[in-house]
Design a protein around this ligand. Structure first.
Ligand code: KG4
Ligand code: ZN
Length: 350
């Protein structure tokens, strides 16, 4: 067994997991995991309030680590390493998780593995599907990130595309806010979209047809706002039409990116919170088949933020001999491909 304690606290989920890096099935790999959502605390504000998030992580994390070890029937001494998200994310929350991991590592004299949250998402499909081999093309779509990457191995990322303004999850969240569906918005928009007509509201498909594979969702969000303000459309039709427009953009952009990827890709992989969306998974399934690739998507629960993926990324890193000094810094920004050129647009994330 290669036992790793994983900790996640970069946004509004506090999570801890015990991972066996040598497990050969998903069930054997996740020895135990716990997750506490802060949705209720942030709901009145319609989005994540960083100070509330950081305080909630402080309150919840210590007892949660004790509980997840008890669930596993193990102690800190049994762990081979402690892995925690060290960024990117809301810096207060990241620091809570990272400082907790440092304290545990120091107290138990264990190695610390500082994990890039995006690497957690990027490798989560390998946690879920032991047959998934490098290299693969990854569509990473979450609340803060929207990128397509070539994943050649641990730490080996080449960015093929990114967003020039909003992330895909952000577009879902903003649409939910416009429609008064509350927070978090993605699952609510998906539910309402099932009752609407995706062709009812004419909405733009930003950048579709453009040769560069980047994403843009700001114009779509503004069009959703105008559609709502017009008062002539049912909310379910707006939700369905928004989701269809967003997915048309994603499929078109991913098709362009697949054309620029190196040869030898083993799969098209989707990860991150929005990968929980069933319509997105269906659309990508067809696209992957067009390219002779299989689509790999983790189970929805492993798409949204969790500590199993952080523990797993820690396990992959640790198996390669990587660990980090106890003074490693928390990083609010931490791109997976540090060599990727900046793109036009002011709101580029990560
Ligand atoms: O990966 P994640 O949990 O946190 C970040 O690292 O950002 O992703 C959260 C995002 C939110 O924007 C949420 O609305 C979106 O993923 N999301 C969804 C669905 N479930 C979560 N978007 C569309 N459909 C869903 N079913
Ligand atoms: Zn995430």
């Amino acid at each position: 067994m290669a036992l790793i304690l994983g900790i996640e606290s970069s946004c509004d989920e506090t999570a801890a997991a015990v991972i066996d890096g040598n497990g050969t099935t998903l069930a054997a790999r996740i020895v135990a995991q716990r997750i506490a959502s802060q949705d209720e605390a942030h709901r009145p504000y319609g989005g994540v309030v960083p100070e509330i998030a950081a305080r909630a992580h402080v309150e919840v994390l210590g007892p949660m680590v004790a509980a997840v070890l008890a669930d596993a029937g193990l102690t800190l001494d049994d762990m081979d390493a402690i892995a925690a998200t060290a960024g990117p994310g809301l810096i207060g929350g990241v620091m809570v998780g990272l400082v907790t991991a440092k304290a545990l590592a120091m107290a138990a004299d264990k190695p610390l593995v500082a994990v890039n949250h995006l690497e957690g998402h990027a490798l989560s499909p390998r946690l879920a599907d032991p047959s998934l081999q490098y290299p693969y093309v990854l569509l990473l779509v979450s609340g803060g990130h929207c990128q397509i990457l070539e994943v050649a191995g641990v730490g080996l990322y080449r960015r093929l595309a990114t967003t020039i303004d909003d992330a895909l999850g952000e577009a879902f969240d903003k649409t939910a806010k416009i429609l008064g569906l509350g927070y978090p918005g993605g699952p609510a928009v998906e539910r309402l979209a099932r009752e609407g007509n995706p062709k009812a509201v004419p909405l733009p498909r930003p950048l579709v047809g453009s040769g560069e594979p980047h994403f843009s969702f700001a114009g779509l969000k503004s069009a959703v706002m105008r559609a709502k303000d017009s008062g002539i459309h049912a909310d379910a039709d707006i939700a369905a039409s928004f989701q269809q427009a967003a997915l048309d953009c994603v499929v078109d952009r991913t098709r362009i990116a697949l054309g620029t990827a190196s040869s030898g890709m083993t799969a098209l992989v989707v990860a991150g919170g929005v990968a929980a969306n069933a319509a997105l998974r269906g659309a990508l399934e067809a696209l992957a088949a067009d390219h002779g690739l299989r689509l790999v998507a983790p189970p929805p629960k492993l798409c949204t933020d969790n500590a199993a993926m952080i523990g797993w990324a820690g396990a992959e890193r640790f198996a390669l001999g990587y660990s980090d000094p106890l003074d490693v810094a928390a990083r609010p920004r931490w791109p997976l491909d540090a060599n990727a050129a900046p793109v036009r647009g002011a709101g580029v994330k990560g």
